[in-house]
Design a binder for this molecule. Structure first.
Ligand SMILES: Nc1ncnc2c1ncn2[C@@H]1O[C@H](COP(=O)(O)OP(=O)(O)OP(=O)(O)O)[C@@H](O)[C@H]1O
Ligand SMILES: [Mg+2]
Length: 367
């Protein structure tokens, strides 16, 4: 494993319904069908694709919450499936999860202080009561909450604040990597930007690696360094976010990008539009899984599965037989990453938290 790679998936397959028991005579669901990827230390890596394409399943396999049907996951050079006992606790400390719906993951009977202290009790039992209290206060500050929030219960907070509590809990163990499964999609749009900026800030200040799952391409473009586009259990395109956004090579990525509402009116190039629904992962099309919806599909696509390979210009990897010959569609103008307003929000957030007192000008989700 390369030094700069913290997490690696090697041909990961996860099928559901393969058990021999009489309960599971239903169809086999090919949720993840051969995914390989590398997440580099300190980067924010995004996984994007439409509902049901296998993003959460892949995340759960990466976290060792699910055992893969075949394939391997390496974290920090260790084979995740082989980790047992005390080493497993270390893995749980090093790799944390942020949930989509923070409310359902927070015990309603625990105060914020106890919720954030709980992982500390497990992963830093050597801390004295006072040290733990100080650490909780520091974590709350880090995520933009105030010390007096510590004695309140989850229901007393807004959605954005609850997600901050979830992030503080994830940070408490001092992880190397955090996986967020749709961490902002349950939040109001105005609050999403704040939480995204918070995650960006934390990853930079703490050297954290982030794996973010999202279906919102705007979110991805703003916060990720690299992106993997998934379709029906496979990665169809992977590369630097700016590259993939400005020069998408797979018809599916082109379609996703064409579907982003344009600042200059509706989509004008319909060659990139994808119709119909994603086929069922229990009966995926042969050959290229995307061929049934692809406007450019040819006979070869119906029989031969395209493999991820570097594009001829060397920019990034794509799994399409005709990636080199496709005309790039006219894509709507999307805001470039790190737009001024996002930077401004980010600066405000930093000023507010680093000053010790949070002015909450940037925290519109506060009551
Ligand atoms: N425990 C399970 N048992 C059987 N099928 C499952 C299970 N978990 C997921 N699936 C199926 O696997 C496929 C992929 O699901 P997954 O939740 O990974 O998709 P997703 O990309 O995260 O979708 P969403 O964007 O809606 O969260 C779906 O068809 C889903 O119904
Ligand atoms: Mg999901």
């Amino acid at each position: 494993m390369k030094q700069d790679v913290i997490l690696e998936a090697i041909d990961v397959v996860k099928y559901f319904g393969t058990d021999a028991g009489w309960m599971s005579r239903g169809p086999v669901i090919q949720a993840v069908a051969g995914v390989s990827l590398e997440v580099r230390r300190g980067e924010t890596f995004a996984i994007v694709g439409e509902s049901g394409c296998g993003k959460s399943t892949l995340a759960r396999v990466l976290m060792r919450l699910l055992t893969p049907t075949s394939g391997d996951v390496l974290f920090d050079g260790r084979q995740v499936s082989a980790i047992q006992g005390a080493e497993l606790r270390t893995l749980r400390r090093d790799m944390q999860f942020i949930f989509q719906d923070p409310f359902s993951s927070l015990n309603p009977r625990m105060t914020v202080a106890r919720l954030v202290a709980e992982p500390l009790e497990i992963h830093a039992p050597e801390l004295s009561v006072q040290e733990r209290r100080d650490r909780v206060a520091q974590l709350l500050r880090q995520v933009g909450l105030r010390a007096e929030h510590a004695d309140r219960y989850p229901h007393e907070f807004s959605g954005g604040q609850r997600q901050r509590i979830g992030i503080a809990r994830a940070l408490a163990s001092g992880p190397k990597l955090i996986i967020g499964d749709e961490p902002v999609s349950a939040l109001d749009v105005s609050v999403q930007a704040q939480v995204i900026n918070l995650l960006g800030d934390l990853s930079r200040d703490l050297g954290l690696t982030l794996v973010i799952i999202a279906h919102d391409l705007g979110v991805i473009r703003h916060m990720s360094d690299r992106v993997a586009v998934m379709y029906l259990g496979r990665i169809v395109e992977i590369g630097a976010t700016e590259q993939v956004f400005t020069d998408p090579k797979h018809p599916y990525t082109q379609a996703l990008l064409a579907a982003i509402p344009s600042m200059d009116g509706p989509v004008t190039d319909h060659s990139a539009t994808v119709h119909g629904e994603m086929p069922s992962p229990s009966d995926p099309p042969p050959g290229c899984r995307f061929h049934t919806r692809c406007p450019h599909a040819q006979d070869l696509c119906k029989t031969k599965t395209p493999q991820l390979a570097a594009a001829q210009d060397g920019s990034h990897q794509v799994a399409c037989h005709f990636a080199e010959t496709l005309q790039r569609p006219h894509l709507p103008q999307t805001a470039p990453r790190k737009s001024k307003t996002a930077e401004a929000r980010f600066a405000l957030y930093r000023a507010a938290t680093e000053g010790g007192t949070v002015t909450h000008k940037t925290h519109q989700d506060d009551p």
